[in-house]
Design a binder for this molecule. Structure first.
Ligand SMILES: Cc1ncc(COP(=O)(O)O)c(C=O)c1O
Length: 398
């Protein structure tokens, strides 16, 4: 019998907890079915009553999806995982069933644009009070968290400023002051290979699996990982009733396939990103580079202690909005597209794209501007990425 817990990361992502399947199939079978046949009426009744854990209906569970959920729970070190049909499905399906009118939430002010919009507009419409702060500043955390705070929410490597928050410090403080407080961390940019937030005291980890976990730009998906009681609520209320955002078995299969190469992809991407970030620091028309692996990054010390590697996401500021646009319009290799974590290097302009729902003031508060470009370093040779950026900088400066 394998001792899965002691395996190295490269082994864990390949094997997970299901090295073999029905009929000896090495690859996970795709159970392309909406419903499951009961042998008897009693068996069906027992499944609904929770006395028999066989499958019922694919919104409540599917064997291909379940295998993926178990692998993600294993990689994040959680008791359970719920798969969703998008990262936003996972975030909504996690936050909504665990909060109610009158609850208080504290969120970091640098978040993916749609998450920010959900927390800033939708939750207050349901009577939930949300305070946005800089979770990287413990004085602000101490001022914001109250005994009745029910949730603290932030991203491990924040989109798009690449801020790195001390998960343990925030979780320890929040749990000390607010007994019922759930610390929820979006670990999309870091992946469980760079940090496992649950091991540092977070209660729930959410993911857009659309990014590195799948890694090939052909699936939209999300996960929520936590302890068993919270997973039960997220599955039976957040997924089953509120969102219905069920992941399909084909997508689950593709993510299971993508996960097998997560370690080699992240190793290559992180090494490439470091080279590209160093080049950007020397580019004369680049005013600022945000990459947690550079000593110039304001959270370099936290990043060094918390992350095993510094990730594949870099942001950088040009001299003006016009120059930033010209750079984007002069690239030949880097692909002008939102999303991230794919084999191809993707580049985009947060202020007019992923964060276009934020006002100028909210963008400034989040620590960036319309001069900022966000780069998701892919698996190409970093020399080619650098050559493409370099010629685009020259063209934009003309
Ligand atoms: C950090 C982060 N969280 C969540 C999401 C939402 O994920 P999805 O697009 O899969 O719904 C994104 C999307 O870009 C993201 O960057």
């Amino acid at each position: 019998m394998n001792d899965y817990t002691n395996q190295a990361p490269a082994t864990r992502v390949v094997h997970g907890v299901h090295p073999h399947n029905a009929e000896g199939s090495l690859a996970t079978p795709i159970y392309q079915t909406s419903t499951f046949v009961f042998d008897t009426a009693e068996q069906g009744g027992n499944r609904f009553a929770g006395n028999d854990n066989g499958f019922i209906y694919s919104r409540l569970g599917n064997p291909t999806v379940r295998q993926l959920e178990e692998k993600i729970a294993f990689l994040e070190g959680g008791e359970g995982c719920v798969a969703f049909s998008s990262g936003m499905g996972a975030i909504g399906g996690t936050v909504l069933p665990l909060l109610k009118a009158g609850d208080h939430m504290v969120a970091d002010k640098t978040l993916y644009g749609c998450t920010f919009e959900l927390l800033q507009k939708t939750l207050p419409a349901f009577g939930i009070e949300v305070d946005f702060i800089d979770c990287g500043d413990m004085e602000q955390v101490k001022a914001a968290v109250r005994p009745n705070t029910r949730m603290v929410y932030f991203e491990t490597i924040a989109n798009p400023s690449m801020k790195v928050i001390d998960i343990k410090a925030v979780a320890d403080y929040a749990h000390g002051v607010a007994k019922e407080c759930l610390v929820v961390v979006d670990n999309t940019f870091a992946t469980p290979l760079l940090v496992q937030p649950l091991s540092l005291g977070a209660d729930i980890v959410v993911h857009s699996a659309t990014k590195y976990l799948n890694g090939h730009g052909d699936v939209v998906a999300g996960f929520s990982v936590s302890r068993a009681d919270l997973i039960q609520t997220i599955r039976m209320v957040g997924l089953k009733n509120i969102t219905g955002a069920v992941l399909g078995p084909q997508e689950a299969y593709l993510i299971l396939r993508g996960l097998k190469t997560l370690k080699v992809r992240m190793d290559a991407i992180c090494a490439g990103a470091m080279e590209v970030a160093k080049f950007l620091e020397t580019a004369p028309t680049v005013m600022k580079v945000c990459y947690p692996g550079l000593p110039s990054h304001p959270n370099y010390a936290v990043a060094k202690q918390e992350l095993s590697q510094f990730g594949g996401m870099i942001s950088f500021e040009m001299r003006s909005f016009e120059e930033a646009k010209k750079v984007l319009n002069n690239l030949h290799l880097c692909v002008l597209a939102v999303s991230l974590g794919d084999c191809e290097t993707l580049i985009q302009h947060p202020a007019s794209m992923t964060h276009s729902m934020c006002t100028k003031e909210e963008i400034e508060a989040a620590g960036f501007s319309d001069r900022l470009i966000r780069l998701s370093v892919g698996l190409e040779d970093p020399k080619d990425i650098i050559a493409d950026l370099s010629q685009a900088f020259d063209a934009a400066a003309k």
